[in-house]
Design a protein around this ligand. Structure first.
Ligand code: ZN
Length: 88
């Protein structure tokens, strides 16, 4: 008799893919280690966007740095306005 049933435990206990199938159910394939999807649902090596993805960036108007710069300018303008009000 084979001991196959005993050796499949860790395989069956591995985290499953979090993708939804076209039928509406969950994918039952094991997720690629370190990822949440199986190899067929975007977990394969080399798939997905690179870290710090710049592909979707169009103009940089809403980057963290641009927003911080606008806030600094507004704060400076507010201080200048207060100063001018005080001079009247
Ligand atoms: Zn999957």
């Amino acid at each position: 008799m084979s001991d196959h049933i005993r050796t499949t435990g860790p395989m069956l206990a591995s985290p499953r893919c979090a993708a939804k199938t076209r039928c509406g159910g969950a994918c039952r394939s094991p997720a690629v280690s370190g990822r949440k999807r199986c190899r067929m649902h975007g977990g394969a090596r080399g798939s997905g966007a690179p870290r710090a993805n710049q592909n979707a960036r169009k103009h940089g108007l809403f980057t963290r740095n641009a927003i911080a710069e606008r806030r600094q300018i507004q704060a400076l303008l507010g201080d200048a306005r207060k100063l001018l009000e005080g001079m009247k």
